[in-house]
Design a protein around this ligand. Structure first.
Ligand code: UD1
Length: 363
């Protein structure tokens, strides 16, 4: 059974790594790995392959950056040729990026079976590009692998046949657990002169947060207050760096003394940074999950989350974008006892094994 696996953007790499490894236990599966090239900077792509031991992609479609329509269309044009040449039995897509929906649509139009890893998550906010990608991908998938109970309920409500849906746990957490020890050896805290639990880690890249100067400015107001109490380390996504420049926020940012903008970190350095932070501030989806397992309080700079279990188990708070609410959530985060943060069911490091086992049954 030939399975084409798709990666495109940074958050896909940690999801595909354990799956590529899990396939090796199933001789009947012939996995191929295709990189769409949605992300292409060394720090956004290649570094993750090296650190996580992901096999070199069989092919890179090199689509690069463009508007949503152009990027999605370009991936579809190039991936259709690949499917026609390689004739896979299944295409496996992960997460919710443009590469996910583009390759999924190509597959089903050619009559190739489609599996979606991280299915069922819903923010119920269709202004988020990822929400549209999630809805579309799930609605055309033949197998849906779900990370948390909310995903099971969402798919049931959308009328997806229960036989297609499997609660398997979280492949992102497989990678985290497999790399924790390795990450311990990272020198990032020394390099940045940070004390254990003496700093906040920040990531920010959602268009809704970084494309509007009033919103981004409001976030900076909150960070300025927090930076009085502890340094904030901000590995900035290239998109965010461009926005800081084009919104003219560079001077305002550099005036906040203990807010340190640094280049994007690799997986191991960032894992170490998160694990030793007093609190993590983020608008990412995956980081809400990773902090849950690391038992580090997370303040999510969004009004909604497609990963509600991270709030239910006590580590994550939705703070939105209002500075006062962010500060309130930050203060509350400092009172959270790490041991009291729960672990969602099946986030045990074995999700990829379960998925590979279920796919092998289709052979
Ligand atoms: C994409 C995903 C988002 C995910 C994020 C993680 C979609 C719709 N969005 O957002 O869900 O959370 O990845 O990083 O798929 N750029 C570079 N170098 C790169 C890649 C991007 O400089 O290697 C810059 C370019 O200016 C580009 C911009 O980032 O235009 C946006 O890249 P894109 O892939 O369109 O979306 P992300 O914001 O990265």
């Amino acid at each position: 059974m030939r399975i084409i696996n798709i990666v495109g953007a940074r958050p896909n790499f940690m999801k595909i790594a354990p799956l590529m490894r899990a396939y090796t236990a199933h001789a009947e599966i012939e996995p191929l790995l295709i990189h769409t090239g949605q992300h292409y900077d060394h720090a956004m792509s290649r570094l993750f392959f090296d650190e996580l031991g992901i096999p070199r992609p069989d092919l890179n479609l090199e689509v690069g950056s463009a508007s949503h329509a152009v990027q999605t269309a370009e991936i579809m044009l190039r991936f259709e040729k690949v499917c026609l040449e390689r004739v896979p039995d299944w295409v496996v897509v992960v997460g919710d990026v443009n590469s996910t929906v583009a390759c999924g649509l190509v597959a089903v139009k050619l009559g190739i079976k489609l599996a979606h890893v991280e299915a069922g998550l819903r923010s119920f906010d269709r202004s988020m590009p990822e929400e549209v990608n999630r809805l579309l991908t799930d609605s055309i998938s033949d197998l849906l692998f779900v990370t948390e109970d909310s995903g099971m309920r969402n798919l049931e409500q959308e009328g997806v046949a229960p036989a297609k849906v499997h609660l398997v746990g979280n492949v992102m957490i497989d990678t985290l657990l497999a790399n924790r020890e390795k990450a311990d050896a990272s020198r990032v805290l020394d390099d940045l002169g940070l004390d254990d639990r003496g700093f906040a880690a920040l990531t920010l890249h959602r268009p809704s947060n970084v494309d509007d100067s009033a919103i981004f400015g409001g976030l900076l107001d909150a960070f300025e207050e927090i930076a009085v109490q502890m340094p904030i380390i901000f590995p900035a996504h290239p998109r965010t760096v461009k926005q800081i420049d084009s919104l003219g926020l560079g001077d305002r940012l550099s005036a906040i003394e203990r807010l340190r903008v640094i280049d994007p970190l690799g997986y191991l350095d960032f894992l170490k940074l998160m694990a030793h932070a007093r609190v993590v501030l983020t608008d990412s989806g995956g980081i809400q999950e990773e902090t849950t397992i690391l038992k580090v309080p997370c303040v999510t700079l969004r009004e909604n989350t497609e990963r509600p279990v991270t709030c239910d188990v006590g580590g994550n708070q939705l703070a939105g974008i209002d500075p006062e609410r962010i500060l309130e959530a930050y203060r509350k985060a400092l009172t959270i006892v790490p041991e009291q943060i729960g672990t969602p069911p099946l986030w045990d490091g074995k999700a990829a094994e379960r998925i590979a086992g279920l796919l092998a049954r289709e052979a």
